[in-house]
Design a protein around this ligand. Structure first.
Ligand SMILES: C[S@@+](CC[C@H](N)C(=O)[O-])C[C@H]1O[C@@H](n2cnc3c(N)ncnc32)[C@H](O)[C@@H]1O
Length: 220
């Protein structure tokens, strides 16, 4: 498994998973982008381990570099970064997280979450330890961002779409939605996300938070 240490890509040591589990409860941020959510959350919550997952090592390098500094200079040993896509998850991450988080997904990850695609949802569920929770923050404008999914139209995101399309598909993949809510602009801006801030400063947008519990089917 490829990890970032500072701005270097390093193959994970064989004991990586055990070491992470010893550090504390694990939160995995899927599609972590520049890693800001992971870094800032890790600094605020030193008892937990935050793992940013993204296939774009260059993007992750920004906050991976900050996390890799000495603690006195803003480092965070409980912030970790894995270079991988949700479609090709390393075995080390399987059932590791007590909480799986997705902030402001875009491109392939957004497609999987909103069309929705069983393979992406099942991959997200596969990161979850027994009784883990998940949280997905969705924000796009079906008209302004219309070109986002190439040939597919972006569905209008509202409670009706979430309840009638997303809930059953998420449940079938092992993600039981327990709440969905529209965030105020201030609530959305309070999420330490570079991409979220860019979206929200550009134009007024709806932001939805979908939360729930992951479960593993008996056959899984
Ligand atoms: C717009 S950024 C959002 C980044 C971050 N979550 C934030 O809030 O700032 C979307 C991220 O999702 C990542 N992404 C896209 N497709 C993905 C996939 N299939 N698996 C994992 N990450 C993906 C991209 O590399 C990108 O960094």
């Amino acid at each position: 498994m490829r990890t970032l240490q500072g701005n270097k890509i390093v193959e994970a040591e064989p004991g990586w998973r055990d070491e992470v589990l010893r550090q504390g409860p694990v939160v995995i941020d899927v599609g972590a982008g520049d890693g800001r959510f992971v870094y800032e959350s890790a600094r605020h919550d030193p008892a937990s381990v935050y793992i940013g997952l993204d296939p774009d090592a260059e993007a992750l390098a920004e906050y991976a570099f900050r996390a890799g500094r000495k603690a006195s200079r803003g480092g965070a040993t409980n912030a970790r970064f894995v270079v991988a896509s949700i479609e090709q998850l390393p075995a080390e991450l399987e059932r590791l997280a007590g909480r799986v988080r997705v902030n402001f997904p875009w491109s392939g990850l957004l497609r999987g979450l909103i069309l929705p695609e069983a393979a992406v949802l099942e991959a997200i569920a596969s990161l979850a330890a027994p009784a883990a929770s998940f949280e997905v923050v969705l924000c796009y404008d079906p008209v302004h961002d219309a070109a986002l999914l190439d040939d597919d139209d972006l569905p209008v995101l509202d409670y009706a779409y979430i309840d009638s399309v997303l809930l059953p598909a998420y449940a079938a993949a092992g993600l039981q939605v327990t709440s969905r809510s529209r965030l105020s602009r201030d609530e959305a801006l309070a999420i330490p996300s570079t991409w979220g801030r860019r979206l929200l400063h550009g134009r007024p947008r709806d932001v939805f938070l979908i939360r729930g519990l992951a479960f593993h089917r008996a056959s899984a």
